[in-house]
Design a binder for this molecule. Structure first.
Ligand code: XMP
Length: 517
């Protein structure tokens, strides 16, 4: 790919954000660990490098070093925080521990605006609001560099050797707390590295269709559809590339939301004209889940059952060498370096579509280098319906982890009806796309006393959950309008049988998780 920026990861928690900001400027970039083989990185013919921050100090014994091949290319380099220290250290400047750690918002005074990095950035009085997070800092410039910005705590807050296109920023341009940071990253990619900003959904679609055709040739390919945006976009791209060589398998686990199986079948088979094999495995799943209350056991059983069902259906199709999967870039990055593996296991995430290695399929993963918002943009450009493109995430194990206690058909139907009412009210208020990132009902394993008419009732309790979040790693409970909650609650107890109490979950994550199991 022409016009690529290589982001070299030194362990910063913000590395993914750097890549996102560059992509938002319509320049393609990829993240590589600092230990990547030079040939692997150079195969992408990058036009410049961004060195991420990282937790180390350049003088520490085991600190990650700047790989030689980067400066040898004589291409532009932007070092951010630790990346700036690496440049400083390697090029003959000095890095020192700051008198005190600097963490949080700061105003830097930009003293040199007439260079490609700061080109066109409007700064009242030359001041720029930035986000700092560092212990060390550059305290002597390498030869050939000049100071571009200073702050009271960081006399060298930005530096550059403009001739060679080498820049260092002590602050983090990739985070939202540096409001003009995205312009700096755009400038680096477009002005300094001269990358054409041509990375658009339409460009991606054309390129991807071509490469799928090349990879799959005349062979058959299967794809597991879940109804979510990732598998939908994957299947659509493959379908555009190889038409009826693609067969989609849709497993109805019985654990889906109201109307979901019908919607998936209608959209993909009837509207998009794909070959779709719908498999109703409800009974199998319910049987396997009988008497099971432990959340992790539920997940294991569902994951296993799903795989077996999928395998069985794929075998019926005969000789199918390829499997299309909707793996996204964050999954790829997460599974790369040992330093990037989550420490404590909170839940085993079973993603419908995540299939075992021993299936002997060759994988086609067209979304491997995309972030979720890019997948949505591609979905829109492909003309997929809003209900799929903007569908909120839904866990692979489905409603089974939203029914606390045993999963039975009757309890599933109760939850489905309550959930549909809540989503209906949120949808009517226009809150399903931007107002909340995930919203659902949960069936609690308790009964409580109520009164309806003159009768005592002893029935189920439903919890409503709605959260706002950027990355699903942390989340806040949504401050929904109380009248909306009242309408949802009234409708749930009045329109449904068997529920006499509705509560709203007001815990954030952490300490809770988004799902209840
Ligand atoms: P938690 O509950 O861990 O959820 O805060 C974070 C996000 O992950 C989704 N989730 C799952 N997705 N399989 C999935 O594919 C799972 O087992 C699973 N558990 C939770 C959850 O819906 C939220 O979006």
């Amino acid at each position: 790919m022409d016009n690529t920026i290589a982001v070299i990861d030194f362990g910063s928690q913000y590395t993914q954000l750097i890549a996102r900001r560059v992509r938002e400027a319509h320049v393609y970039c990829e993240i590589f660990p600092y230990s990547a083989e030079p040939a692997e990185v150079l195969a992408h013919a990058p036009k410049g490098f961004i060195l991420s921050g990282g937790p180390a100090s350049v003088y520490a014994a085991d600190a990650p070093q700047l790989p030689d091949y980067i400066l040898e290319q004589q291409l532009p380099v932007l070092g951010i925080c630790y990346g700036m220290h690496l440049l400083t250290h390697r090029l003959g400047g000095r890095v020192a521990a700051a008198a005190r750690r600097e963490y949080g918002q700061a105003d830097v005074h930009v003293v040199r605006l007439e260079n490609d990095l700061f080109r066109g950035i409007e700064l009242p009085n030359g001041l720029m609001r930035v986000w700092m997070s560092h212990g060390d800092h550059t305290d002597r410039l390498p030869p050939g560099f000049e100071v571009l910005a200073r702050s009271s705590n960081s006399p060298i807050a930005a530096m550059g050797d403009v001739q060679r296109g080498l820049y260092g920023l002590q602050f983090h341009p990739e985070v939202v707390h540096t409001p003009l940071g995205h312009e700096l990253l755009r400038n680096f990619a477009v002005e300094v590295c001269q990358c054409a900003p041509d990375w658009t959904p339409v460009f991606f679609i054309e390129q991807t269709i071509e490469s799928i055709r090349e990879q799959v040739g005349e062979d058959q390919i299967v794809c597991g559809l879940s109804g979510g945006v990732d598998s939908a976009v994957t299947a659509t791209l493959v379908h555009r590339a190889v038409g009826d060589q693609l067969t989609c398998i849709f497993v109805n686990t019985g654990l889906l939301r109201l109307g979901e199986p019908e919607q998936v079948i209608h959209t993909f088979r009837d509207t998009m004209g794909m070959r779709l094999v719908p498999v109703d495995a409800t009974e199998e799943f319910l049987e396997a889940l009988q008497g099971v209350v432990d959340p992790e056991r539920k997940r294991r059983i569902i994951g296993e059952r799903f795989i077996r069902t999928f395998e069985r259906e794929a075998r019926i199709l005969g000789d199918v060498p390829f499997l299309a999967q909707g793996t996204l870039y964050p999954d790829v990055i997460e599974s790369r370096g040992p330093e990037r593996q989550a420490a404590a296991k909170i839940k085993t995430h079973h993603n419908v579509g995540g299939l075992p290695d021993d299936m002997s399929f060759r994988l086609v993963e067209p979304l491997r280098y995309l972030f979720k918002d890019e997948v949505r943009a591609v979905g829109e450009a492909l003309g997929l319906p809003d209900s799929i493109v903007w569908r909120q995430p839904f866990p692979g194990p489905g409603l089974a982890v939203r029914i606390l206690g045993e999963v039975t058909w009757e309890r599933l139907e109760t939850l489905r009806a309550a959930d549909a009412i809540f989503l209906d009210e949120l949808g009517a208020a226009g809150l399903l796309r931007d107002g909340t990132q995930q919203a659902f009902a949960v069936l609690l394993p308790v009964r409580s006393v109520g009164v309806m008419g003159d009768e005592r009732t002893y029935q189920n309790a439903i919890a409503l959950r709605a959260v706002t979040t950027e990355d699903f790693m942390t989340a806040d409970w949504a401050r929904l309008d109380l009248d909306l909650l009242a309408r949802a609650s009234n409708r749930i107890v009045n329109e449904m049988r068997g529920v006499n109490r509705v509560v709203y979950d007001i815990t954030s994550k952490p300490p809770a998780t988004i799902e209840w199991e």
